[in-house]
Design a protein around this ligand. Structure first.
Ligand code: GDP
Ligand code: GDP
Length: 447
């Protein structure tokens, strides 16, 4: 067996890139955003509590996913229009990987457009010039005059009719940071489970109990390649692949291993798995070694089910003690799913399968961007970041950058207090659940 980490097929490895749409009112920004997203998502303008400013939408072109942000617009008759333009451009530049600057080509470049361009050019971000409302060839020819803005080639587009939008999106993809390496979606075989825990918690006993139907299972899935060190077992009417169980079968081999070797082996099994069952001995106090193994699972970002084994030995006194231990020792992972089982008597072993399924479902959850941001907008309005030294960073919007486990990126105007970030994480779980799965939240402050 190789002890090296087995690469996981992560769905997306980096944050989803952001494309911001900037421009004067009425140049067609909303129309363009709708064109880009194919009007697949509800227009959020009418949703109470959600301003049009910085509304992000999920978009996809040629198989590449990105987030498109409608930055709204400055008020046409705002008192300090220059400041409004600057603020919009600043936010766009701060949060975006690519900026689309939209101009009405039937009007041409105005002094307001030129002011906005000056703001945009101060940033190092790529800016694409969209000559919108180029509904026909004669307007398209006129749009060439927009070269004068100094943003390079104008892209003539009719957001309303779709003309030129494909070429524009091709250019957007070119300008985006390199995509994460493409991983072949693997044919979904049985879900991979690591059965881990310190010596003597009952791993072999549980494996033996689960493995009764193993032979039948192996026949049923003939043709699938299963590592010889793994076991296929039936739990709850479903086939599961228990990874690296070879050591659990040969008691002699296990006895010869050092603790260091055992821990490498545990790490290897966790890496190879999608979900880990960490066995704890319910009749004994939760130990440091138990904690280390739980930490390995969360650090590896795997779904987690804690099985309190030897429940047949737990009396009322012990149960009371254990509840206090759980509060104290497992307070950092209150989201872990827990089942109380006995490998010896078979008690509640059938609870494992539903727990595994729930944990995996959480692990693969994707929250739609619109839903995520409606929730987030309400949250940060109700509880803004505390003011520090006269200033408080603002949370602008969020995207889910990946799954397995769910990973979120908060776009902010500055670094967040660790306490506030934890608060957002806690609320995220309250809203969306994720029972049995770690969740990663990172912050991308504007530079
Ligand atoms: P925003 O304020 O920049 O978001 O602009 P809107 O998307 O609300 O568009 C303003 C007006 O321009 C609306 O009446 C749109 O129908 C119109 N419009 C947008 N794109 C085009 C286009 O490509 N061609 C034409 N003829 N009209 C457009
Ligand atoms: P491993 O080292 O984690 O693989 O643990 P084993 O499966 O070898 O079990 C260690 C000891 O605990 C053995 O004596 C088992 O019979 C016992 N054991 C395992 N599961 C249970 C259980 O659910 N209840 C009780 N009372 N004993 C158990």
């Amino acid at each position: 067996m190789s002890l090296e980490a087995v690469p996981q097929e992560e769905e997306i490895t980096g944050p989803v890139p952001v494309v911001a749409v900037v421009g004067r009112p009425n140049v067609g920004k909303s129309t363009l955003v709708n064109r880009i997203i194919g009007r697949r998502q509800a227009v959020v303008e009418d949703t109470p509590g959600v301003t049009r400013d910085r509304v992000p939408y999920d978009a996809e072109w040629s198989g590449r996913q990105f987030t498109v942000v409608d930055t709204g617009g400055w008020e046409p008759d705002a008192k300090d229009r220059a400041a409004a333009i600057a603020a919009q451009a600043e936010i766009a530049v701060a949060t975006a990987d690519v900026v689309l600057f939209v101009v009405d080509s039937t009007v041409g470049a105005t002094d307001v457009d030129e002011a906005a361009v000056r703001m945009l050019r101060r940033s190092a971000k790529p800016v694409l010039l969209v000559a919108n409302k180029a509904d026909n060839q004669s307007v398209e020819l006129e749009s060439a005059g927009l070269w004068s803005l100094g943003l390079g080639q104008p892209y003539p587009v009719s957001a309303l009719h779709g003309r030129g939008s494909g070429d524009l999106l091709d250019a957007v993809l070119e300008a985006l940071p390199a995509p994460p390496p493409v991983t072949e979606p693997e044919e979904r075989g049985p879900r991979r489970v690591a059965l881990v825990g310190r010596p003597n918690v009952g791993k072999s006993s549980l494996l033996n109990r689960l493995a009764k139907e193993e032979r039948a299972v192996v026949d049923a899935v003939a043709g699938t390649t299963v590592d010889p060190v793994d076991s296929l077992v039936q739990i709850g009417g479903e086939t599961w692949q228990l990874v690296d169980t070879a050591g659990l079968r040969k008691r002699a081999g296990r006895a010869s291993g050092t603790e260091y070797y055992a821990s490498l082996r545990t790490a290897g099994a966790i890496d190879a798995a999608e979900v880990a069952v960490v066995l704890l001995d319910a009749s004994e106090p939760i130990s440091e070694q138990d904690q280390r193994i739980l930490g390995m699972v969360t650090e590896a970002g795997r779904a987690l089910v804690i099985a309190f084994n030897k429940w047949d030995l737990v009396d009322d006194d012990r149960r009371y003690q254990l509840e206090k231990e759980i509060d104290r020792e497992l307070r950092r992972i209150p989201w872990a799913l827990r089942v109380n089982i006995s490998a010896k008597t078979g008690r509640a072993v059938d609870k494992l399968a539903p727990a595994l399924r729930t944990a995996l479902e959480s692990w693969e959850t994707r929250v739609p961007t619109g839903q995520l941001n409606q929730w987030l907008t309400a949250l940060v309005q109700a509880t803004p970041h505390p003011v520090r030294g006269g200033r408080a960073p603002r949370v602008l919007f969020a995207t889910q950058a990946g799954t397995r486990p769910p990973r979120f990126v908060l776009f902010t105007t500055g670094p967040l207090d660790a306490g506030y970030q934890r608060f957002v994480e806690r609320k995220l779980r309250e809203e969306f659940g994720f029972a049995g799965s770690p969740v990663e939240v990172s912050v991308r402050p504007r530079k």
